[in-house]
Design a protein around this ligand. Structure first.
Ligand code: SF4
Length: 335
């Protein structure tokens, strides 16, 4: 097996491509050569609009999709792309929490029974009392009282249902949890509670998160590193502080300038207003050159024919844009 030398890297995605072959010869390029690394105990925020490929990347990692090409390493070991060929330990080591907690749980079974299945499967527990204790421990982890084991999923609120989904994900003692828009279906007041619990659990259990979202404002206090995706490709990657202080890709600037700001400090950090223009093109009919050129206010002739290369503009800050050369030369921020 291929071994990754860096023991800090828990997830290593190498040149991942995922194409969907449709009738009439149509090929959808959902993910086009993505390279990403997630360090142990950290949160990688994958951000993009619908159709950017962020969920497709997650489903390749978890094994719901098989990559067209490329490699996914977990803890230095290359994973078999076929989920049924992965070991129980590999399956238990990474879990996913979906956007809609309502459809993730069996509504006919109590919460206790929903949790009992992964507890028995991954924990190898057979004794009734041990299973009961483990279910209570999982509920405690997510801040729900023991009595919730007797309730049915539809008798509790959406935020609590999502906490049950997180408890179920924890049943296998995973090292990595993929969070696929885990709060976007919840009320804003409940979102904060779920996010706080996720942050606490990460510290308590040394979890690593691959956090998928279209909400950039959510990543500021949550992610260690932010990745911007557009049409299945990475546009920009940077550590969170650097990302919000010096966003360089025109698409990132467009996304950031559309976030409402509240404080003066946030206003100072906001890049010059970049109008949101048009919509993400159809991935089955990708534009030539830079995929963003049909919406970019800084588009040049070269952008229409040649896809830019990813460049490291400062340590750990990567941008894929013809307009960005070496260390950026112009101030992109407001006066
Ligand atoms: Fe805009 Fe050109 Fe940069 Fe693409 S490569 S984001 S079109 S400036």
């Amino acid at each position: 097996m291929d071994k990754n030398n860096n023991k800090d890297i828990i997830l290593d995605i190498r040149d991942l491509k995922k194409y969907f072959y449709m009738p009439k010869g149509i090929v959808v390029h959902a993910v086009e050569g993505v390279n990403l690394q997630l360090k142990r105990g950290e949160t990688l925020g994958l951000v993009g609009e619908s159709g950017s490929g962020k969920s497709t990347i997650a489903y390749n990692v978890i094994g719901m999709y098989e990559p067209t090409s490329g490699e996914i390493l977990f803890d230095g070991e290359a994973l078999n792309p076929k989920i049924r060929k992965r070991t129980l330990k590999q399956k238990g080591n990474m879990q996913i929490v979906f956007q809609d907690p309502g459809s993730s749980l069996n509504p006919r079974a109590t919460i206790g029974k929903n949790l009992a299945f992964p507890v028995k499967l991954h924990g190898g527990l057979k004794d009734k009392n041990e299973i009961h204790d483990r279910i209570n421990e999982l509920l405690q982890f997510v801040g729900l009282p023991e009595e919730y084991a007797e309730k049915f999923p539809l008798s509790i609120g959406g935020g609590e249902r999502q906490l049950v989904c997180i408890a179920r994900a924890l049943a296998s003692n995973p090292e990595l949890i993929i969070l696929d828009e885990p709060t976007s279906a919840l009320d804003v007041s409940i979102q904060a509670k779920v996010i706080r619990r996720l942050i606490d659990l990460q510290k308590e259990l040394n979890l690593s998160y691959l956090f998928i979202t279209h909400d950039l404002s959510l990543m500021r206090n949550l992610a260690t590193k932010v990745v911007i995706l557009y049409l299945g490709r990475v546009c920009e990657i940077a550590d969170t502080a650097e990302f919000y202080a010096s966003p360089l890709h025109p698409y990132t600037q467009m996304l950031l300038s559309s976030i409402p700001v509240v404080t003066e400090e946030e206003e100072k950090l906001r890049p010059v207003k970049v109008e949101s223009r048009g919509e993400i093109p159809n991935p089955a009919d990708m534009p030539a050159g830079c995929g963003f050129h049909t919406r970019c206010s800084r588009c040049m002739e070269i952008c229409k024919t040649e896809h830019p290369r990813m460049r490291e503009v400062s340590p750990g800050h990567y941008v894929c844009c013809h307009a960005v050369e070496g260390r950026i030369v112009e101030s992109e921020k407001k006066d």
